[in-house]
Design a protein around this ligand. Structure first.
Ligand code: AMP
Ligand code: GLY
Length: 423
């Protein structure tokens, strides 16, 4: 089978590497793809234009479309395929536009959770017209205050503020000064949840589901979770506190009602659901839904899947995911992200990367690299994701750091404390 994967990050490199292992795969195309998969897949930049994608799918006889990032989903790529006579039989690992609203609108997601009794923090949604009620609502909450732009804001739309006056000012700039563009025309204000976060991933055909390995990511640039937010500095899987008891609660209180809710509301959903959770004294609460896999969580979740992922995707296409046997590697996986000096603010590109020929027992996923002649050079803030396994978390991390130290480029930075909070 010929497969098209959309995306260009470390996440897509990890998905592509897993697809590459499948006996069902003939040709794998990735748009636009990156250097990390260029040795086994065909990278081609099709852009966002749906007719260009359609033409390519027909020409290359593509039978499966896997979408990595959220933007094409929120824009409705799945509906475009489903409604087109020539494309409707392509297997989609991509929820419908309506399904993608779980990520595309925080207000939609909150209302969905409320309708289906899914545990999440208390909230209300406000617009320009209701700014005074928003301020009153803020006064009913205890600090810190959580303000969220309703729409997609490239992971930057959430503000957590300690001081009430500052929270009111930020609310004002979100609603009246387009702090996050149109994404903050509506603002969700919610109660802060205090606990420890983890990410749970579900693959669903809309009626059956499989829970994939859970993971924890490390978002801040600095050690001890300090400094600015990034696209992710590392991840680990499994997560020690997500034990059987906790995961049973997650399945019963969150995963099942989410899938049943989608069915009841006749929302077509074939693909991944990423549930961002807060563990509050052993009780799971949903912080957010995403309609895709996480990055850099995929870089530890996918390497732990032992069964054929393309068979899982075929089962999704047929609506027979219940018949698929998901096999998981019980060992630990850890991922350390190597980034450019200055990231997530200003950083330089074009630094020569060396040492990749010395890595051992390790997977290297590319996030921001390219070739300049024979040299591999940096081409982004996040550069390489280094993933290793081990019988313990300690061993997985030690393997990671040993390999990270083999790789170098001018200004390379990484956090040395990935996974330490879970030891
Ligand atoms: P989101 O984009 O909704 O995932 O929010 C980004 C980050 O903000 C999350 O990963 C959490 O660390 C934090 N966050 C969001 N909502 C809350 C909340 N209600 N309580 C505590 N932290 C939150
Ligand atoms: N790691 C968080 C995300 O992918 O949104």
């Amino acid at each position: 089978m010929n497969i098209l994967l959309l995306g260009n990050g470390g996440r897509e490199n990890a998905i592509a590497a897993k697809i590459e292992q499948s006996t069902k795969k003939d040709m794998l195309f990735v748009s636009p793809g990156n250097t990390g998969m260029s040795s086994f897949a065909i990278n081609i930049d099709l852009g966002n234009n749906l007719s260009t994608i359609k033409e390519f799918v027909l020409k290359q006889n593509i039978k499966m479309l896997v979408v990595g990032p959220e933007q094409p989903l929120v824009a409705g790529i799945a509906d475009f395929f489903a409604e087109d006579k020539e494309l409707k039989d392509v297997i989609l690992i991509a929820p419908s536009k309506q399904g993608a609203m779980l990520e595309g609108s925080k207000d939609f997601a909150k209302r969905f959770m409320q309708r289906h009794n899914i545990p999440t923090s208390r909230y209300e949604t406000f617009t320009k017209d209701t700014v005074e009620s928003a301020k009153s609502f803020l006064r009913t909450l205890h600090p810190p205050y959580v303000l969220k732009a309703d729409g997609l804001a490239a992971g930057k739309g959430v503000l957590i503020i300690n001081n009430l006056v500052e929270a009111e000012q930020e609310l004002q700039t979100m609603l009246f000064e387009n702090k996050f563009g149109n994404a903050s025309n509506k603002v969700v204000i919610e109660q802060f949840l205090s606990g420890i976060e983890c990410s749970v991933f579900v693959l669903t055909d809309g009626k059956n589901y499989k829970i994939l390995p859970e993971a924890k990511d490390y978002k801040r640039i600095g050690e001890g979770d300090t400094g600015l937010n990034t696209g992710g500095m590392g991840s680990v899987s499994p997560v020690r506190f997500a034990d059987k008891d906790f995961m049973n609660k997650v399945e019963e209180r969150i995963v099942q009602p989410t899938i049943t809710g989608l069915q009841q509301e006749q929302i077509d959903y074939k693909g991944f659901i990423f549930i961002g959770l807060m563990n509050v004294e052993g009780e799971p609460y949903v912080i957010e839904y995403n309609v895709r896999m996480g990055d850099p969580e995929t870089e530890v979740v996918f390497p732990r899947i032992k069964s054929d992922i393309v068979e899982a995707f075929e089962a999704v296409g047929k609506g027979e995911l219940d018949k698929y046997v998901l096999e998981i590697d019980n060992r630990f996986a850890a991922c350390v992200m190597m980034v450019s000096k200055g990231y997530p603010e200003h950083y330089e590109k074009g630094k020569i990367i060396t040492g990749l020929n010395c890595v051992k027992d390790c997977m290297v996923f590319h996030a921001g690299t390219k070739y300049a002649g024979k040299d591999l050079i940096t081409d982004g803030g996040r550069v390489l994701a280094i993933t290793c396994s081990g019988d313990t978390l300690e061993e997985a991390l030690a393997n990671c750091y040993r390999n990270v130290e083999c790789i170098s480029f001018d200004g390379a930075y990484y956090r040395r404390d990935i996974g330490q909070d879970l030891m």
